[in-house]
Design a protein around this ligand. Structure first.
Ligand SMILES: [Zn+2]
Length: 99
């Protein structure tokens, strides 16, 4: 469910399994967090799938270049912007309000 939400919103993420990843477990413990799923966005931690909070914190989306499928980081709520692909130099015009 969390994964579905993240991919539906084109949010790039790294999944960590705390039962296998000791470091990730310690990260949670150091923040006094017991519940999962927990989402670390920059320095902010969201416990549970609080979609509004997560979307607010994630200030960019990852989208693919329309020409070569290179992954691009796109800021949100910046109106219509052109993003030049670093790989193929294709100009992607993106309406960032609807992202
Ligand atoms: Zn490209």
């Amino acid at each position: 469910m969390a994964k579905e939400f993240l991919s539906k919103n084109n949010i790039h993420y790294i999944e960590k399994n705390i039962s296998l990843d000791h470091e990730a477990m310690q990260e949670l413990q150091s923040r006094n967090i017991q519940g999962v799923p927990a989402f670390l966005i920059g320095e902010d931690m969201v416990v549970g799938l609080d979609q509004q909070k997560i979307l607010k914190l994630v200030d960019h989306r990852v989208m693919k270049c329309q020409n070569c499928s290179q992954k691009l980081r796109v800021p949100v709520n910046k109106g219509n912007i052109d993003i030049t692909c670093p790989k193929c130099s294709h100009k992607n015009t993106v309406n960032t309000v609807s992202l």
